[in-house]
Design a binder for this molecule. Structure first.
Ligand code: TXA
Ligand code: MG
Length: 350
């Protein structure tokens, strides 16, 4: 399939180009586009064939449901039924923005979009191109992250090209995304609100709006708990670079020392090693590649750089990656969630 690559300036959207992209979606084709979190791979959420095309382009298991993107808060009711008060409160506080809400689905939302579930994930993205694309296509847009299943999510159009060129109708390049990790997912379809995936919107921010404690899906971070995560996507080894990866947790000086000694052992095996380091420590490592992920004082920067760096490790064909650990405060919880998945929960405490 021919993939058209088009560039659109988010702050000065070229009418004819966004119109063309919207038409493609309306015709049942796939268009990758930027959102504020990561690039999405979009298709008409109400067309089961478009959803099937999404699964096939990504190589994604079809029991892993898609997020339905809308451009108007009021459209929540067109997609979901029995919408609870909490959903309105959260939409008012955080939409457009990096929050996905799980609700009971309306009957006309195809099972092909919801992975066979009776619930549906809904989000109103905070990106001018995403919003205008939804409006022009005239339908809600189902969009998972625009990566091949199992690879790190794309934060640049270039990443989408690497994974999906030849498999989708169009890729809209709108520059680098702002946040860099996927939206927070909150499930409001059960008895009590529950976070299924941490993101930029933190449990504290959600609790403040809902005036109640919001807990995390207990199955999420316990690798060997035997419990199934409520978001089917969280059970797959996502975000994974090709190399082996280990996270080192502890006092900064001890971490640096241990990483350097592990690098030495790998070098004896003739392995190439990358270290994912903070700005504060980067000069202290002796690896083949020391990649700076940002300052420990600016977790937002780390979130934005993380997936690009995991892809860089792939490009450099390293055999082993060692990464520093980050505080699980604020967006740090989401960073550690993605990092642990990338490392298949391999962590050494020093
Ligand atoms: O930031 C984001 O959310 C990005 C951008 C493109 O919007 N999208 C994204 O989609 O991350 P995806 O498909 O990569 O991740 C969606 C996650 C998966 O873990 C999936 O299992 C979960 O949402 N999910 C979707 N619908 C669900 C449902 N009805 N119940 C439980 N989990 C659901
Ligand atoms: Mg994804």
């Amino acid at each position: 399939m021919r993939t058209d690559l088009i560039e659109i300036d988010p702050w000065q959207i070229e009418d004819s180009l966004i119109e063309l992209a919207g038409e493609r979606i309306a015709q049942g084709q796939l268009v990758a586009f930027p959102t504020e979190t990561v690039y999405g791979l979009g298709g008409n959420a109400l067309d089961p064939d478009a959803s099937k095309k999404i699964y096939s382009a990504k190589g994604r298991p079809s029991d892993n449901p898609l997020i339905v993107h809308i451009a108007d808060k009021k459209d929540m009711e067109k997609i979901a039924r029995n919408v609870p008060t909490e959903a309105y409160l959260l939409a008012e506080a955080f939409w457009p923005g990096p929050l996905t809400i799980i609700l009971r689905k309306q009957p006309h939302v195809p099972m092909a979009t919801t992975g066979g579930l009776d619930t549906v994930a809904i989000r109103m993205p905070d990106h001018p191109i995403a919003l205008e694309l939804i409006r022009r296509s005239g339908c809600p847009i189902a969009a998972p992250s625009a990566n091949t299943s199992g690879r790190p999510s794309p934060t640049l159009a270039e990443h989408v090209r690497e994974d999906l060129e030849g498999k989708v109708s169009m890729i809209v390049d709108g520059g680098e995304v702002g946040i860099g990790i996927e939206s927070t997912i909150i499930d409001l379809s059960g008895e009590t609100p529950m976070i299924l995936r941490p993101g930029f919107i933190t449990p504290k921010m959600l609790s403040e709006v809902l005036h109640q404690e919001v807990c995390m899906d207990p199955a999420m971070e316990e690798k060997d708990s035997g419990k199934q995560p409520k978001a089917p996507g969280m059970k797959y080894r996502h975000y994974a670079p090709k190399a082996g990866m280990v996270i080192l947790d502890g006092e900064p000086t001890a971490v640096v020392e241990r990483i350097n000694s592990l690098v030495e052992q790998e070098h004896k095996k003739n392995h190439t090693v990358a270290v994912i380091a903070t700005e504060e420590n980067q000069k202290l490592y002796h690896a083949d590649y020391v990649i700076c992920v940002g300052s420990r004082k600016k977790p937002e920067q780390i979130a934005k750089n993380l997936y690009r760096i995991l892809r860089e490790c792939d490009d450099k064909n390293v055999d082993m990656i060692y990464s520093e650990c980050f505080d699980r405060i604020g967006v740090g919880m989401a960073i550690m969630n993605r990092l642990l998945k990338a490392a298949a929960h391999s962590i050494i405490r020093v």
